[in-house]
Design a protein around this ligand. Sequence first.
Ligand code: SAM
Length: 224
Amino acid sequence: MVRTEEDVRYINRLVNLENKSVLEIGCGTGRITFPLAMKAREIVAIDVNERVIEEASRRNRYENVRFSVGNIESVRLGSKFDVILSTWMGYMYLNDMPKAIQNISNHLEDDGVFLLLCGYYDDEYTKIVRMLIGGKAKRTSFYNEVETILSAFFTFERHILKGELVFSSVREVTERLRLELKNEYGLTMDNHHEQQLRGYLRSKDKLAIGNDSLAYRCRKHASR
Ligand SMILES: C[S@@+](CC[C@H](N)C(=O)[O-])C[C@H]1O[C@@H](n2cnc3c(N)ncnc32)[C@H](O)[C@@H]1O
């Protein structure tokens, strides 16, 4: 269910990596880093979690890719990049989002592109979550906050990237949403939730749920 190919295709459509220096932030174990390594001139990939960097470095077979531990809120890499990329980094968990975005801007060449990929708050999957949790909006205000902070440093376009989660059974869908409710909202999925979900799935002709992503393609303000 991890849609690496799709993410990579979207990234390549939105930004030209050919012969570019790339900084990837929140790289994890290199899910996105490795498929981009053949295109970019060099990739510096950082993550705040030492364990994932160890794993990524162990798997690394590319001479132009370097992994290192770093927190985007504070890291100073001493160089600027043509492209900065972050996929599914979890901006809502940052201690200081403005500081992180400012630091991203400081590491970007004046004519560079910052591409941020994250979940989309208005797709079918999120609507189902909303139905289950009783309508409490999923952080729509969070996206307003992101956009306000981004616009202090960048001019950006939003792209909605179509995606779909395909399941093999109702049980699999239920387990996926059980985890979502627990991890994101601290809620336990009960019988009522399960019935609601089954009712919803019965109204569909296939076991697939639209799960779009949102990409912000950002360029520095001309004056900066
Ligand atoms: C959901 S994972 C995504 C990993 C990878 N980008 C992908 O798409 O597969 C989020 C990653 O962001 C990292 N991360 C979170 N906050 C960070 C920060 N402040 N600086 C650097 N990395 C961070 C986490 O440690 C985690 O590995």
